[in-house]
Design a protein around this ligand. Structure first.
Ligand SMILES: CC(C)(COP(=O)(O)OP(=O)(O)OC[C@H]1O[C@@H](n2cnc3c(N)ncnc32)[C@H](O)[C@@H]1OP(=O)(O)O)[C@@H](O)C(=O)NCCC(=O)NCCS
Length: 168
């Protein structure tokens, strides 16, 4: 892709960002591969608080992505794999944007910054775990140069999942 990526800013999620994440993700299309419906506000309060702890401990987290006018677009970043199944001990990269912000290159821009930061923190490889039907997310992994490392069955939906990997 030859177009210049849009400017984005990443910040460690604040208390208020829990409300912003809840607001921008309150959309069945955004949640299609995350249970299909909006999560409670308490989910985002816990998730943003956990990211602040990750930032303090590792120097990276799932950051709030801010657009050109400093509006909250969603999140992108990295965290230790958080589930009992899957790539235990690995660092996963992940992304989620409000529907109005898709199709503008924001996540690719934010993920590139993420990769630079986790590399600088000493991480040598990252994974992305994606539902095989999530074409937009798979397209992001391709733009980042990730390779498909494994096909597996997602424990929640029993659908096919892909594990993508990138050496840094
Ligand atoms: C997955 C998700 C983050 C992808 O968002 P996205 O906007 O498609 O991804 P990018 O930010 O990389 O943008 C790429 C798109 O912007 C377009 N674009 C516009 N200007 C651009 C620019 N300057 N640079 C790069 N791309 C640009 C690209 O053409 C592409 O659009 P297209 O696919 O319609 O051709 C989004 O669909 C989402 O939040 N989904 C719900 C949550 C989710 O499923 N998360 C992933 C779980 S694994």
């Amino acid at each position: 892709m030859n177009r210049a990526l849009p400017a984005v800013r990443l910040r460690v999620p604040t208390d208020e960002d829990a409300l912003e994440w809840h607001r921008v993700f309150d959309d069945p299309e955004v949640m299609e591969f995350h249970g299909g419906r909006a999560a409670e506000r308490s989910v985002y309060e816990e998730l943003t608080a956990r990211q602040r702890r990750h930032d303090a401990e590792y120097g990276f987290c799932l950051w709030t992505v801010l657009g050109p006018g400093d509006e909250v677009l969603g999140f992108t970043g990295a965290q230790p794999w958080p589930h009992s199944w899957g790539p235990a001990g690995k660092i996963e990269i992940g992304w989620r944007l409000g529907r109005a912000h898709w199709g503008k290159g924001y996540v690719t821009a934010a993920a590139r910054i993420t990769l630079e930061r986790v590399r600088a923190a000493g991480v040598t490889d990252v994974v992305a775990m994606v539902n095989a039907g999530n074409a937009r997310s798979i397209a992001v992994t391709k733009r980042l140069g990730m390779e498909l490392a494994e096909r597996f069955t997602l424990p929640s939906s029993r659908q096919e999942g892909h594990r993508y990997r990138l050496a840094l």
